[in-house]
Design a protein around this ligand. Structure first.
Ligand SMILES: *Cc1c(COP(=O)(O)O)cnc(C)c1O
Length: 408
C-alpha cells in the first residue's frame, strides 16, 4: 500500500536492487544512460504539443515555441541516422507507430501480410481486426517460416501474386537475419504493394549500421520502437521517403491515436540519437559478436540453437528450441535463477529468445557469453537447483554494473 512518498521510494528501491541482481537477456529491453534518463524529467513531460499533420509549426496549444524547435530538430537527427525524408515522432510506442501505419493506409477489406505470433511476430495487425467499419474489417494473412525461423521467400511471392495484399510488413520480434526486402521491391511495384518494415527490434542495429537499412533496400516505410536494441527512452517513430503515406499516417496518429504525445521522450530520444552517432557502430558490432558467441557456446553445450546453417544470427538475439529439455515454456523457471529472457510455446516446441543488447551495454564480451551459456545449461539441461544458480548469477552480474557505448 502507498501512503507516503517513502512507500513509493521503498518499492522502487526494491525494484532497482532486484533488477540489478538479475541477468537481463530480454531482447526487447535495454538500459539507457543516465543522461538519457535525465531528459525524461524535463518540463516537456507536462506540456502539450499536438499539431495538425499538414503544418507542425501551427501547434494547437500556445507556449510551444521551443517545443516545436526541439521536435523539428530531433526529426532532423532521425533523418540523419535512419535516412528518409519524412519523420513522425508522435507515436508513443512502437506498437502505436505500427497501428498508425496500418490504420492510416488500409481501408476495410484490404489485405495485409504480416508475421504470425507463433513465428515470433508481434501480433500487430491481427488484433486490430476488432476495429470494424460497417461490419467490415482488415484482412490478415501470414508469411511462412520453416523450423529454423527462416522465411519462405518463394511462398511469400506466390501469396503476393495470388492474394494481392495492399501492405506487407516485414520485421518481427525474433529476427535472426535481414529480411529480403530488396527482393520484393520489383514485385511490389508491379502489384502496387506497399512495403513496410517493423524495425522495433533492430532500430539500434540499423542506427549502428550493422543491419541493412530497410529504406535503402526499398521499403516504403520504416517504423519501430526507440528502446529495444536502440537504447533510448520508450517510444516510437515512423520514417519514410513518401509524403503521401506520411500524410495518411500522420492524419491517423492525430487526432485518432494521440493528443498528448509525451514530449519528454523527444529530448531523451535526441540524446540517445547523439549517443548512437558516436558509439552506435562499435556497440552494434559487439552486440552481433556477442550473439554469435552465445549461440555457439549454447550449441556446444547441446542446445538446439536455430539458424545453425547461416551462423545462428546476425542480430541482437538468438532463438533456442528447448523442447528436448522441458515440456513447458521455461521463462518462469529461468526467472527463479535470476536469468531474464522471453519464451514462447505457441509453435510446436518451446523456445527461448535470448537477447544481447543490455549485457553488451553492461560491458560483457565473448568470454562472458560462454559463462552465460553455462548458466542456461545448469538450469535447463542439468536441472540444477535454481537457487544455487541464482546466487552465481548475482555474483556474476555484480561485476557488470557500468555502462559502455554511452555518454557519461
Ligand atoms: C516490441 C514490438 C513492437 C511494439 O513496440 P512497443 O514499443 O512495445 O509498443 C512492435 N513490433 C514488433 C515486431 C515488436 O517486437
Amino acid at each position: 500500500m502507498i501512503k507516503t512518498l517513502k512507500d513509493i521510494d521503498n518499492l522502487l528501491e526494491k525494484h532497482i536492487e532486484y533488477r540489478k541482481s538479475c541477468l537481463n537477456l530480454i531482447a526487447s529491453e535495454n538500459y539507457s544512460s543516465d543522461i538519457v534518463r535525465g531528459y525524461l524529467t524535463s518540463d516537456l513531460g507536462n506540456r502539450y504539443g499536438c499539431y495538425d499533420t499538414s503544418d507542425p509549426s501551427n501547434r494547437e496549444y500556445t507556449g510551444n515555441k521551443y517545443i516545436h524547435e526541439i521536435e523539428m530538430a530531433t526529426q532532423e537527427l532521425v533523418k540523419e541516422v535512419f535516412g528518409g525524408k519524412y519523420v513522425d515522432l508522435r507515436p508513443i510506442s512502437g506498437h502505436m507507430a505500427g497501428m498508425a501505419v496500418v490504420l492510416g493506409i488500409l481501408e476495410p477489406d484490404d489485405l495485409v501480410i504480416e508475421i504470425h505470433l507463433k513465428d515470433w511476430g508481434h501480433g500487430l495487425v491481427d488484433p486490430m481486426r476488432q476495429i470494424s467499419h460497417l461490419g467490415k474489417t482488415i484482412r490478415v494473412e501470414f508469411m511462412r517460416f520453416d523450423e529454423n525461423n527462416e522465411l519462405d521467400v518463394e511462398y511469400l511471392k506466390k501469396m503476393a501474386r495470388e492474394l494481392r495484399p495492399k501492405l506487407i510488413i516485414f520485421g518481427g520480434s525474433g529476427t535472426l537475419f535481414p529480411e529480403p526486402v530488396r527482393e520484393f521491391r520489383e514485385l511490389a511495384d508491379e502489384l502496387g504493394i506497399i512495403l513496410a518494415y517493423d524495425a522495433s527490434h533492430v532500430t539500434g542495429l540499423i542506427a549502428g549500421r550493422v543491419f541493412p537499412n530497410p529504406l535503402d533496400e526499398g521499403a516504403d516505410i520504416l517504423f519501430g520502437s526507440t528502446h529495444k536494441s536502440f537504447p533510448g527512452p520508450q517510444g516510437g517513430f515512423v520514417v519514410s521517403n513518401r509524403k503521401d503515406l506520411m500524410e495518411k499516417i500522420g492524419n491517423t496518429l492525430s487526432p485518432s491515436l494521440v493528443t498528448s504525445h509525451h514530449l519528454n521522450r523527444i529530448p531523451a530520444f535526441a540524446a540517445s540519437l547523439l549517443e548512437m552517432k558516436e558509439f552506435g557502430h562499435e556497440y552494434g558490432k559487439q552486440i552481433i559478436k556477442n550473439s554469435k558467441a552465445l549461440a555457439e557456446a549454447m550449441a556446444k553445450r547441446g542446445f538446439n540453437v536455430l539458424g545453425a546453417k547461416r551462423g545462428y544470427t546476425e542480430t541482437h538475439l538468438l532463438l533456442v528450441d528447448v523442447g528436448e529439455y522441458v515440456d513447458q515454456a521455461p521463462g518462469k523457471l529461468l526467472e527463479k535463477a535470476k536469468i531474464l529472457c522471453s519464451d514462447d510455446f505457441s509453435g510446436a516446441s518451446p523456445q527461448i529468445r535470448v537477447g544481447t543488447p543490455e549485457v553488451t551495454r553492461r560491458g560483457m564480451k565473448e568470454v562472458e557469453m560462454d559463462y552465460i551459456a553455462e548458466l542456461f545449461k545448469r538450469v535447463l539441461i542439468d536441472k540444477e537447483d535454481v537457487n544455487q544458480v541464482a546466487k552465481d548469477v548475482e555474483a556474476f552480474v555484480a561485476k557488470y554494473q557500468d555502462l559502455e557505448f554511452a555518454f557519461k
